[in-house]
Each structure stands twice: as C-alpha cells, then as structure tokens.
Ligand binder design. Structure first.
Ligand SMILES: NC(=O)c1ccc[n+]([C@@H]2O[C@H](COP(=O)([O-])OP(=O)(O)OC[C@H]3O[C@@H](n4cnc5c(N)ncnc54)[C@H](OP(=O)(O)O)[C@@H]3O)[C@@H](O)[C@H]2O)c1
Length: 260
C-alpha cells in the first residue's frame, strides 16, 4: 500500500490510527516518547506489515530530527503522515508549572509543524501525499483551566486549513481531525481527573481514529467526530468568546467533578 508515519502511536487515538493503517496494509514508522512504542511495533507486525518504532521526544527539534532521519533511512517516500502526538494540561495557568506549559506548546505546535515542514516538502516535490493533523474541537473555545492546551489546538486547527489551501493543486492534502473528549490517557496525564470533563463519558478512540483516517484518505479538510461534538463546534463558531470561556470553566475547573 505504501508507507505511513504516525506520531503518538503508543496509546489512544494515535495507536488506533496506526492500527487502522496496519490493517489496511500500510507499512509503518511509529513514534512516541517512551519505550512502550517498541512493544506496539511488535504487536502491529501481526497485520503482516513492516513496522519501525522510533522512540523520540517530539517536543524537541533533536527528537523530531531523529524521526526524520529514520524516515529518510527507510528510503521510501511517506504516503500518509499522521501528526498526532500531543498532550493536555489542566489547572489554572498561573498554577501550572511553566516548564510543563512550554512542553505542551513545543509538543503540540513546534514539534508537530516542524515534522510537517520536513515531510510536507518531500510530498510536494513528489506531487503526492496525505497529511492528517490531530487538532481538537477545544481549538474553537477559550480553554478556561486548559488555557495553553486549547490555544495550541486553535493553532493546529487554523494551521491545518491554511496549509491545505497553500497546497491546493499540488497533490498533497491536509486534513484536520478534531476530536471531542475521547477515552484515552489524555485526561489523567493532564491532571484533570477531578474535573467534570475528566469524569464524563467519552468517545471511543477507535471511532475517532476511523473518522480521521477516512477523512484523510478522502482528502477532506476536517472532520469532527460524533454528532454532539458537531453541535458543540457549530455553537462555538457563533457564541461570544466570554460565554464560551464561562462554559469551559464548568467542565474543566479543578474539583468540578464533584459538582456533577
Ligand atoms: N483525548 C481527548 O479527549 C482528545 C480530544 C481532542 C484532541 N486530542 C488530541 O489527540 C492526540 C492524541 O492524544 P490522546 O487523547 O490519544 O492521548 P494519549 O493516550 O495520552 O496519547 C498521546 C500520545 O502522544 C505521545 N506523546 C505525547 N508527548 C510526546 C512527546 N513529547 N514526544 C513523543 N510523543 C509524545 C504519547 O507518547 P508517550 O506515552 O510515549 O509520551 C502518546 O503516544 C493529541 O494531540 C491530543 O491533543 C485528544
């Protein structure tokens, strides 16, 4: 089928994206920060495809360079790039550790667009390729108690549409997957299990990934998975920002889980 690259493939939405790609017959290069990615690669080889694991911290230029070098060493061009690695961060901005807030920006924005810059250039030279960015419906809403995270996703949503338009007629498509709250490690890692959204029923990452993968193969601009999320994102486009920020407080304020 070709070669697919998936970042953040060790768990959650990225693992499901990699699983769909492998089950469709794509050889894979998968990346994440921790050693678990090696076990995931072995497991995905059961689909009869070749899978290379790259353990790299994609919040750093060095880490992204390591992934780019491994892709180059493979020798094949990338048919599908799924730039999905990302992390959240709960609590009030002034109560967050600034180093961690910076890491969120560097993973979700800097590392992501650096990878897209490198692989996207090769795709454009070749006149073919599909890019899927994992944005979020969070990018439509000022994220009270997730201020930095929502800001990073607003960047990715916006960036994705802009790059898509720039690459129109080049043979390269750019698609933005915009999930709503999804059942992954995300909320535990963001220290948000004491929040209303942290405790809410969430979407199945396999369904979310399927919607994203299909939209990418169809060359669509974006996909919001699930009707409820479609309503939320449509409303976010018309409601005033201060009202959205107030609403977000209800779901993300520390301790809001006990208000339910
Ligand atoms: N879950 C949701 O509700 C939701 C909603 C909208 C959008 N999203 C987005 O979906 C994407 C995937 O998140 P998820 O929900 O599937 O969460 P997850 O289960 O925590 O998965 C995150 C993945 O990203 C990787 N990652 C994080 N920081 C990294 C770094 N610095 N370098 C390399 N890999 C890194 C993780 O690998 P390691 O374990 O090795 O760190 C893991 O594979 C993210 O971009 C997230 O913002 C999630």
């Amino acid at each position: 089928m070709g070669l697919a690259v998936v970042t953040g493939a060790s768990s959650g939405i990225g693992l499901e994206l990699a699983t769909i790609a492998a089950s469709t017959g794509y050889d894979l290069i998968i990346a994440s920060d921790e050693a678990k990615i090696e076990d995931i690669a072995i497991h995905l080889q059961d689909f009869g495809v070749s899978v290379q694991a790259v353990q790299a911290d994609l919040s750093t230029i060095d880490g992204v360079d390591r992934l780019i070098e491994d892709i180059a060493a493979d020798g094949r061009s990338v048919d599908l790039l799924m730039a999905n690695a990302g992390r959240g961060l709960g609590k009030g901005f002034l109560d967050q550790d600034f180093a961690v807030a910076l890491e969120v920006i560097e993973t979700n924005i800097v590392g992501t667009i650096y990878l897209v810059h490198e692989i996207g250039r090769n795709m454009r030279s070749r006149g073919a390729g599909r890019i899927l960015l994992t944005g979020s419906i969070a990018g439509f809403t000022p994220g009270t108690f997730q201020a930095v995270y929502n800001g990073t996703k607003a960047f990715i949503n916006s960036f994705s549409f802009a790059l898509r338009e720039e690459l129109k007629d080049t043979g390269v498509t750019v698609t933005c997957l915009m999930p709503g709250p999804t059942e992954t490690h995300f909320f535990a890692r963001a220290d948000m299990l004491d929040t209303s959204v942290g405790q809410a029923k969430k979407d199945d990452p396999a369904d979310v990934a399927k919607a994203g993968f299909d939209a990418m193969l169809n060359g669509e601009g974006d996909v919001v998975s699930g009707w409820k999320n479609k309503v939320i994102s449509a409303a976010a486009n018309v409601l005033p920002a201060d009202m959205l920020a107030r609403q977000h407080r209800k779901m993300a304020e520390p301790g809001s889980a006990s208000d339910k």
